[in-house]
Design a protein around this ligand. Structure first.
Ligand SMILES: [Zn+2]
Ligand SMILES: [Zn+2]
Ligand SMILES: [Zn+2]
Length: 449
């Protein structure tokens, strides 16, 4: 760990003033590559940093979220070049392959390694967005976004937008996933910022610009153009993370997209149409899913174009053939949900009185912030949980959602429960706030009274 400790101590000193960083991009880049290229070593180094170098990790995030405009970039570039020119290790410069020659961006890319591995080493953190109470970084949201959510989000979007203009494709594949990781962890804070009109506009503008630019490059080139495809893949992954991340409901998607849906759909359609679906099937699927998501979220008044329906259907064929699989993924999503399941509450785990959600004692699936929420949902007029709870108990006696997908389906098929049983629960659980329940279910609910 000596090399890591030395690097961490030096960097911490060099980042003391986030406006005037004094580290050498080349030397630090080379050291980072050595420390974080191997997956096993990466994990061990992440744990070491999480336990011993809190100040460094937080100063990296402070540096990364310092408000910047394009005009500052020349100054930052000159500053970084000066440090490199006077660096004692300059005899060994130039070994790094991935340097793009745009030093502010190279510097950022170099620095995001340690933060990314630390966040990704805490898989529970990514899923629940619960911060550690032990001596592990991050302990609080302020460790990751010390400058506050609004400023941090704006600056991260600024960097993300810049990464679209690089000459090489390496930076795109580094900063995009990093943005998504930080966004997942700080989702609660960032989403409430994104619901403000100016930030929402900034975000949608950026997404549309990137998609349009990539689509126009692809229309001009006859061969598959990797950087443009990557730009499209990264941009759609960002949109996907923001709109359909863990614990997100249609209402959140709608809140972000509302008012810009036509423009966004136009950009997504142009992007999807220009993608080489044979060479880049994943990117094409992601774009079509996002188009579909907007159509579905915006409600039945929007006619979903037939080509989207067809492509979507071909993507999801196995799911549509078996409602048990749909149900399985629905159950997994509810299990991963980070907000109170009472539809009129939806308080985030981190905002509850105890910082935790309590599971329903019956089904052990749904979670609530308080007893009151549980009681209210239990008797909710339109869709009382006491009906679903009984069904879920019956289902879990047959098949647990902790099984692998196909094992779950096999266990269901081995039981005597009829197809309609799965359809009913699926319908109930997948309805957003206003459940569309079958007539049979309604009469059963009435019989409970
Ligand atoms: Zn150097
Ligand atoms: Zn229950
Ligand atoms: Zn609640």
């Amino acid at each position: 760990m000596d090399a890591l400790d030395r690097l961490a101590k030096g960097l911490e000193r060099d980042l003391r003033d986030p406006y005037n960083p004094t580290f050498c991009v080349d030397c630090v880049g080379t050291a980072m590559e050595r420390l974080f290229s191997d997956e096993k070593q990466q994990h061990a180094n992440a744990l070491h940093l999480q336990q011993n170098h809190h100040a460094l990790l937080t100063s990296i995030m402070t540096y990364m979220t310092v408000p910047r405009v394009e005009e500052d970039m020349a100054e930052l570039e000159a500053l970084l070049l000066r440090t490199m020119a006077t660096c004692p290790g300059r005899a060994n410069h130039g070994v790094l392959q991935n340097i793009d020659g745009v030093f502010p961006d190279d510097a950022l890319r170099t620095l995001l390694h340690p933060v990314r591995v630390c966040l990704e080493a805490s898989s529970k953190l990514l899923r629940t967005q619960l911060f550690s109470r032990r001596g592990v970084w991050p302990r609080l949201i302020e460790d990751i976004i010390p400058r506050g959510p609004r400023e941090s989000l704006a600056v991260l979007l600024f960097w993300l937008n810049r990464s679209g203009s690089y000459k090489h494709w390496v930076p795109l594949t580094a900063f995009g996933p990093f943005f998504c990781t930080v966004f997942e962890v700080c989702r609660l804070e960032f989403i409430s910022e994104l619901e403000a009109d100016d930030m929402r506009t900034l975000f949608i503008d950026m997404i549309c610009q990137q998609l349009d630019l990539a689509a126009s490059i692809l229309r001009e080139k006859s061969c598959p153009h990797i950087p443009a495809h990557l730009r499209m893949g990264t941009t759609s992954a960002v949109l996907r993370t923001v709109c359909i991340g863990a614990g997100i409901r249609h209402s959140t998607y709608r809140a972000i997209v509302e008012g810009s849906q036509l423009r966004l759909l136009e950009s997504l359609t142009a992007a999807a149409d220009s993608v080489d679906a044979r060479s880049f099937p994943g990117i094409k699927e992601q774009l079509v899913s996002l188009q579909m998501g907007i159509h579905l979220t915006m409600g039945p008044t929007h006619q979903v174009p037939q080509p989207i329906v067809d492509f979507y259907a071909s993507m999801h064929k196995p799911l549509q053939e078996d409602v048990r699989l749909d149900l399985y993924f629905r159950l997994r999503a509810i299990d991963n949900d980070v907000a109170c399941n009472a539809p009129d509450c939806r308080t985030h785990t981190r905002k509850t009185p105890t910082g935790k959600l309590q599971r329903c004692g019956g089904c052990r699936l749904l979670k609530y912030c308080t007893r009151e929420c549980q009681k209210r949902h239990w008797n909710l007029y339109t869709a009382p949980h006491r009906w679903a709870c009984l069904k879920l108990k019956e289902l879990f006696a047959v098949a647990q959602f902790t099984l692998a997908p196909m094992a779950f389906v096999a266990a269901c098929k081995a039981s005597s429960l009829p197809d309609a049983f799965y359809e009913e629960i699926y319908c109930y659980l997948s309805a957003d706030l206003n459940a569309e329940i079958t007539a049979e279910a309604i009469s059963e609910i009435e019989a409970l009274d």
